[in-house]
Design a protein around this ligand. Structure first.
Ligand code: SF4
Ligand code: FES
Length: 249
């Protein structure tokens, strides 16, 4: 495949950025999107030019590190992570625009790499449980009913990639925050700090500069893990209840 790439280049957080055009040839349709960027970077390095900075780690759709806006859609619109997107999704001869996540709470570090530590601080503000691990549970024990444990698991699959923020016109991280809240709210271990947690995590979300949720739904449309809007409803229900619960349970 022969492609035209238009990529956001920005030397540093304070530098002025711009879209820069590149031509690339001999791209295999079986390459992943990141492998295609690796190939371009090899060409740039061979030509003594600065390679393009982009985030990645597992390249298996697990870690949440990768993520760019491709042709205006976070992760490219295939409801998968950028590392799991393959070049066969594009037509030979296509022009592909590649930009970083754009949100005030995700400052650009360089080129396509952004600082997503705001999401870590939301988790640090309450996305944990405080309990003794104790001894190994009985193999037949069912501490959570199937429906709740399934819901907890589904929400636990959020990988913190930040695509929901990049897709939201308000740059809200409510889908991410609601996945963390719902995951723990469904489990017995999450109950002691349940209402303190939701208050604290939503306060941190706002402090980081993420916008409010206005139920647009772009977040769920691009989420590679299928976190549903219903999780935001769960967060809102818990947040309202927390107002009547004092500081603890
Ligand atoms: S909710 Fe989905 S899009 Fe948002 S951070 Fe989690 S996995 Fe990524
Ligand atoms: S590199 Fe880990 S999810 Fe894409």
């Amino acid at each position: 495949m022969k492609l035209k790439l238009r990529i956001w280049r920005q030397a540093g957080p304070k530098a002025k950025g711009a879209m820069v055009d590149y031509d690339i040839d001999n791209v295999s349709p079986d390459m992943s999107f990141l492998e295609m960027l690796d190939m371009l970077n090899e060409q740039l390095t061979d030509a003594n030019q600065e390679p393009i900075a982009f985030d990645h780690d597992c390249r298996e759709g697990i870690c949440g590190m990768c993520g760019v806006v491709i042709n205006g859609i976070a992760h490219g619109g295939s409801a998968t992570t950028t590392c799991q997107l393959h070049m066969r999704s594009f037509a030979d001869g296509a022009t592909i625009e590649i930009e970083p996540w754009r949100a005030g709470a995700f400052p650009i570090i360089k080129d396509l790499a952004v600082d997503r530590t705001a999401l870590d601080r939301i988790v640090q503000s309450g996305g944990y449980i405080s309990s003794n691990t104790g001894s190994a549970p009985d193999a037949h024990a069912t501490p959570a009913p199937k429906r709740e444990s399934d819901k907890a698991f589904d929400n636990a699959t959020c990988i913190g990639c930040g695509a929901c923020v990049a897709a939201c016109p308000n740059s809200s991280a409510m889908l991410f925050t609601s996945a963390k809240i719902t995951h723990l709210a469904m489990l017995p271990q999450g109950q002691p700090e349940r209402y303190r947690r939701v208050k604290s995590m939503v306060a941190q979300h706002d402090e980081e500069g993420f916008g409010n949720c206005t139920n647009i739904g772009e977040c769920a449309a691009v989420c590679p893990k299928g976190i549903p809007l219903e999780s935001i409803s769960q967060l809102n229900r818990d947040l309202i209840k927390s107002l009547f619960k004092g500081d603890g349970k």
